[in-house]
Write a protein that binds this ligand. Structure first.
Ligand code: ATP
Ligand code: MG
Length: 172
């Protein structure tokens, strides 16, 4: 079973995924952790996106970014084939991206569920301000639009809309 977390930055995906991991005995594939490890292995401890590396060309940064995504996707591929319960901790707000993964999951004879974060947009904005690594609010806005669009698409196609709800056992 593949659990796709769906939510914009600050919506609480990683926090919830960690609790789900314990309840489900699942693996977590975290796009952020893979990204951080990739950059750390290259000697960049304090950057989150290759474009933020001082003195790097856009071409080189884009190459690194696509290598990061190759690693994320290769881990996802393994999870899809292994059939162990796995949680994909990434924003997963793009309809096109999710649809492609659903096809791959089905083709492998595996199944999937969506875990949709319903955290209000303004709460995410406030949390983002308080975080160590903040993203630009325009990024949040852009992602919110995609999230909204994706949910609309899935609701319109109830066959694909396999949703499951988890709640946190503790409050912050
Ligand atoms: N249910 C909650 N109630 C209050 N605060 C929460 C809750 N869930 C998460 N938080 C807090 O919100 C912040 C963001 O949470 P988290 O890192 O889990 O979000 P995320 O969706 O994984 O974000 P990103 O996409 O940037 O990785 C953290 O400081 C976390 O402690
Ligand atoms: Mg996270």
């Amino acid at each position: 079973m593949i659990y796709f977390m769906i939510g914009i930055p600050g919506s609480g995906k990683t926090t919830l995924a960690k609790e789900m991991r314990i309840d489900l005995g699942a693996y977590i594939i975290s796009s952020d952790e893979i990204r951080i490890k990739y950059l750390r292995d290259k000697g960049y401890d304090d950057v989150f996106h290759p474009l933020n590396i001082k003195g790097i060309s856009t071409k080189e940064a884009n190459k690194m970014e696509s290598e990061i995504w190759e690693e994320i996707e290769s881990e996802m591929d393994i999870a899809v084939r292994d059939k162990e319960p796995s949680i994909i901790d990434a924003t997963n707000v793009s309809w096109k991206y999710l649809s492609q993964w659903i096809t791959r999951v089905k083709r492998a004879g595996n199944d999937y569920r969506f875990v949709v974060m319903e955290t209000a947009y303004m709460v995410c904005v406030e949390r983002n301000k308080r975080r160590e690594r903040t993203v630009d609010e325009s990024v949040l806005q852009d992602m919110w639009k995609k999230y909204d669009h994706t949910l609309g698409k899935f609701v319109a196609d109830s066959e694909l809309w396999k949703r499951v709800t988890f709640s946190l056992n503790y409050s912050h």
